[in-house]
Design a protein around this ligand. Structure first.
Ligand code: G1P
Ligand code: ZN
Length: 543
């Protein structure tokens, strides 16, 4: 079978970020578009001759077609093997694991994460490198450069192949290896967690509701919780991946996982509630009557991880993204281990994990993970929580109350202002940046600023500095506000305002979160002139 060389044109302005290239599905569906991007990726890697790749996606609209295109192109470009999930499905953490497990050269993950799916919704392609993590900027830049000059792509003019059967299929000179998307991932989880203790927990009548949000974790969660660990049938809901996620946003937060939140706040709440996103890397954790913020979740997991076999020796260090609350720093200090504060985005954790400086890391945006893969991992976080509950035999609320009594509580909330005109958002950030040095000592709504800066990060591995990673305002009394513009939004700009307030040991730890943050929120709105720049002071989403 001779490869076909198909002429194409450069694609303008299609710059991949750390989450890969995210666009409207119809853009990806334009003839030759996906092909051109994939060829640019292969070219930027110096070609894929003789290489092994992992390919899979979250099952959203266009996933199946895109995978067939990629397989034919990999074969046409001389790859030796592609490991692909049955029916084209792989969660992002499972793909990361398969790359590492098989010593693959890299992988292509098809997803737009927590964003909606469908012909009029979102699609994405992300390249991960041999360590299993997202491609670093040098690689995404090279891919981008190549999209600007490319003039042809290579493929094989063969019919689609059947990805519904496990096993190996020859495609030209390449082997397509169709694997069970769940099996290897489950085997990895079994090395980290005490499955006997988890079975005993469910055997004792412990109840769980896991909401897969019609996305990729459905089959994983069914196999794990119901088949292996003995949770009653029906514990996992919305478990069949749908191309349009049943019309919803597969985003595990109190807004989009409202059905789960309502259940957990009701009289019929099970002991534990959890949800994951489109591609399975994010998580939400809810106890009976209590939502656990991702920042608190990271801290609780860090403080208790030693209760799970995979972390019994203790942690080396803990990392959090800068906007995430300082709760995990307090745990690290008590454990006598290092804590790291990195810019937003998982790639900064990847290097710290690779050199063995941290074991657990997390972001306020519902991402938590460890050194077992190089992506955040939703089901991993749920399993670690369950393992802790199995050992401590306390409720989520009791564990949180106890945690706050030991470390104090960091009230935390993120306020998002969406679809802000880009000029307004940039003007606001520019003005704030320009006045930072004048702020300390000034009071706003009765609250004095003690320190203000623009966060910049020096990577301890490659020595590069990432500047302008968010503007930080510290207030008297342990309050903090962080402002940054989203790097993943598709419509105008999204201004994220991260608010936190520390309530030390002995203070009231059972206040309403928004109430506890009101003064900081008001002071920030005044200080930044929200009404002037945004025309409003009320955010669209508060998580
Ligand atoms: C968002 C989250 C960030 C996460 C990223 C990719 O990015 O805030 O924590 O790493 O998605 O999942 P943002 O839109 O804020 O740039
Ligand atoms: Zn995701």
């Amino acid at each position: 079978m001779t490869p076909q060389i198909v002429p194409t044109k450069p694609i303008e302005g299609q710059k991949p970020g750390t989450s890969g290239l995210r666009k409207k599905t119809r853009i990806f569906m334009q003839p030759g578009y996906l092909e051109t991007y994939v060829q640019a990726t292969f070219d930027a890697l110096g070609g894929v001759v003789g290489k092994t790749l992992v390919v899979g996606g979250d099952g959203r609209f266009f996933n199946a077609e895109a995978i067939q295109t990629i397989l034919k192109m990999a074969a046409g470009n001389g790859a030796s093997r592609v490991i692909v999930g049955q029916n084209g499905l792989l969660s992002t953490p499972a793909a990361s694991h398969l790359i590492r497990l098989n010593g693959a050269d890299g992988g292509l993950i098809l997803s737009a994460s927590h964003n909606p799916g469908g012909i009029d919704a979102d699609f994405g392609v992300k390249y991960n490198i041999a360590n299993g993590g997202p491609a670093p900027e040098a690689v995404t830049d090279a891919i981008f450069q190549r999209t600007l000059e490319i003039d042809a792509y290579v493929t094989l003019g063969t019919p689609d192949i059947d990805l519904s059967q496990l096993g190996e299929i020859a495609l030209g000179g390449m082997v397509v290896q169709v694997v069970d998307p769940v099996a290897d991932y489950l085997a990895l989880m079994e090395t980290l967690f005490d499955f006997d203790a988890l079975r005993a927990l469910f055997g004792s009548g412990f109840t769980l509701r896991f909401d897969a949000m019609h996305a990729v974790t459905g089959p994983y969660a069914k196999a794990l919780f119901e088949d292996r660990l003995g949770a009653p049938a029906g514990s996992v809901v919305n478990a069949v991946p749908q191309p349009d996620f049943a019309g919803g946003h597969p985003d595990p937060n109190p807004v989009w996982a409202k059905e789960l939140m309502d259940l957990m706040m009701s009289d019929s709440a099970p002991d534990f509630g959890a949800a994951s996103d489109g591609d399975g890397d994010r998580n939400m954790v809810v106890g009976r009557g209590l939502y656990v913020t991702p920042s608190d979740s990271l801290a609780v997991l860090a403080a208790n991880a030693h209760l799970a076999p995979g972390y019994a020796k203790g942690l080396v260090g803990v990392a959090r993204s800068m906007p995430t609350s300082e709760a995990s720093d307090r745990v690290a200090a008590k454990l006598g281990i290092k804590s790291y504060e990195t810019p937003t985005g998982w790639k900064f954790f990847g290097t710290l994990l690779d050199i063995g400086h941290v074991t657990i890391c997390g972001e306020e945006s519902a991402g938590t993970g460890s050194d077992h893969v190089r992506e955040k991992d939703g089901l991993w976080a749920v399993l670690l929580w369950l393992n802790i509950l199995a050992e401590r035999r306390q409720s989520v609320a009791e564990i949180l109350t106890d945690h706050w009594a030991t470390f104090g509580r960091d009230y935390f909330s993120r306020h998002d202002f969406e679809a802000v005109p880009s000029d307004a958002a940039n003007a606001l950030m520019d003005k704030l940046q320009g006045t930072l040095s004048t702020l300390p000592g000034q009071s706003f709504n009765g609250l004095t600023v003690t320190r203000a800066d623009s966060f910049s990060y020096l990577d301890p591995v490659d020595g590069t500095t990432s500047a302008n990673q968010g503007l930080r305002l510290f207030f008297e009394g342990g309050g903090r506000a962080v402002l940054r513009l989203s790097g993943t939004g598709t419509e105008g700009a999204t201004l994220r305002v991260y608010l936190s307030q520390y309530a030390p040991k002995g203070a009231d730890h059972h206040r309403d979160t928004q109430e506890a943050l009101r003064q900081i929120s008001d002071a920030t709105a005044t200080l930044c002139d929200f009404p002037d720049f945004l025309g409003r002071t009320t955010p669209d989403v508060m998580t």
